[in-house]
Design a protein around this ligand. Structure first.
Ligand code: EPZ
Length: 420
């Protein structure tokens, strides 16, 4: 296991290029199962979650080849349809294989993803919708076994917007018999990117990016070439880092339109932000103002940036409130921030943060993907020798070369092997 060491106190300066979006690449990889062919994907990020998804898909007989920065996905010979527990347990997004396997083969056996550090992460909305489309689903021995003749279109309304639920049903519906209408669907940019890939494959989809998506099933699809959108959560992580280190950075290959909620909050905190086309410039203030946030589905403030923003509020002037409404246990990073001198009180899904003059370096432990990033940001501003962030395998699931990118912006940060 590795750890990341940070010597805090440096302002970030310079330029950083954002990688492709993990949460777009995962459903788009799964969509390649839908039809035989040779798909070509561009801007696929080099992440452990992507490696895991490819390992599971390879078990189905799908082959991958990297050529000049592109990823070729050969789905001509899909032989299997089982996603085993030992792989699914490391990446819950494997549930995204359910819809495409049912649509193409009428069969799937996927390990129940189970919960994770941030919550129970149920998949009842996925299963209820697939049942409405004619799938026969049983749960036993920790696996979902699903069978379906030809899936049929249905009217589906999600109790609450679910990102992977929306994506799973979109993929199940593109070759179903008749029309599927998805109401209260997720509006995230990653859902729209998947819809763009599916349209490139010949699907008939409208309304993605709104709360009602209409899909008319088509007889067959074709292979496609698609460029994955930029990772808005990585971009947001760098924006917050610049704001909290009195930095001045330019973020390239990002999509400002997808980051409006964060930009608004950072400006209220005193940051100066400008943007043009696919780049955003962020200049951090001398004094960080306290700002309250509440995480809600897109286009609201993203749950995936809550921990990082909380790091910044730990050194803001005054009190701020963070409300987490998406996941029931997404404050695990608080105990680690407290070890660095943060003053945070938790009451249910609300955290009250009293800004401190400074944070102090300490050995801390990452507990989930975004908590890892939050602790690195705290390390960037912590005074003292060095902050050590342990268990950074969590980080490597969803950030490509994060410490190298921070180092290129002037941070004193490096990775060390932990000999256990
Ligand atoms: C996606 O997770 C993202 N993952 C998450 O990013 C992100 O935090 C989340 O959406 C919310 O934006 C991927 O896209 C791979 P949900 P997902 O279904 O789809 C409840 C990261 O750090 N729910 O939108 O699993 C659920 O418990 C990860 O990159 C049900 O009750 O989240 C939650 O409270 C973390 N039943 C809410 O809905 C269901 O069947 C929203 O979850 C499905 C969801």
């Amino acid at each position: 296991m590795d750890k990341i060491i940070i010597e805090g106190g440096r302002a970030l300066k310079g330029k950083v290029k954002i990688s492709g979006a993990k949460n777009a690449a995962l459903p788009i990889l799964a969509a390649c199962i839908l039809t035989p062919g040779l798909h070509v994907l561009e801007n696929v990020p080099r992440l452990n979650d992507i490696k895991t998804m490819k390992r599971i898909m390879a078990k189905f007989g799908i082959n991958f080849a990297k050529k000049q920065g592109l990823l070729e996905v050969n789905s001509n010979n899909v032989l299997g349809f089982e996603a085993p527990y030992d792989l699914v347990k490391t990446m819950r997004a494997s549930i995204l294989l359910l819809g495409p396997l049912l649509a193409r083969y009428g069969r799937a056996r996927i390990s129940l993803p189970g919960g994770c550090a941030i919550g129970a992460r149920p998949i009842n909305f996925h299963l209820k919708a697939l049942t409405a489309m004619g799938a026969d689903i049983s749960l036993n021995h920790g696996y979902i076994t699903a069978q379906a003749g030809k899936l049929r279109g249905a009217n589906i309304s999600f109790d609450i917007p679910t990102v992977t639920g929306t994506e799973n049903i979109m993929m199940a519906a593109v070759m179903a018999q008749g029309q599927t209408i998805l109401r209260n669907s997720a509006k995230e940019p990653e859902v729209v990117d998947l819809a763009n890939m599916l349209r490139g494959m010949g699907a008939d989809i409208e309304g993605d990016g709104t709360d009602t998506i209409t899909i008319n099933g088509v007889k067959e699809l074709r292979s496609a070439r698609h460029k994955i959108i930029s990772d808005r959560i990585e971009a947001g992580t760098f924006m917050i880092a610049a704001a909290m280190t009195k930095g001045d950075i330019k973020i390239d290959a990002c999509c400002p339109e997808n980051l409006r909620a964060l930009m608004d909050k950072l400006e209220h905190a005193g940051a100066t932000i400008s943007f043009f086309d696919d780049c955003i410039s962020v200049k951090g203030p001398d004094i960080i103002e306290s700002v309250d946030i509440k995480t809600i589905p897109y286009p609201g403030f993203p749950s995936d940036l809550q921990a990082q923003f909380m790091s910044m509020m730990c050194i803001a002037k005054g009190w701020s409130m963070v409300r987490e409404t998406i996941f029931e246990n997404r404050f695990i990073h608080v105990s680690e921030l407290r070890r660095m001198g943060a003053n945070i009180e938790i009451n249910g899904n609300q955290a009250l943060i009293r800004g401190q003059e400074q944070l102090f370096s300490a050995p801390v432990m990452a507990t989930d993907l975004r908590a890892s990033a939050c602790l690195i940001l705290a390390g960037l501003v912590a005074n003292g020798e060095r902050t050590e962030v342990h268990r950074i395998y969590h980080l490597d699931r969803g950030y490509e070369d994060l410490e190298k990118k921070f180092k290129a912006l002037g941070a004193s940060i490096w990775r060390e092997k932990v000999i256990s």
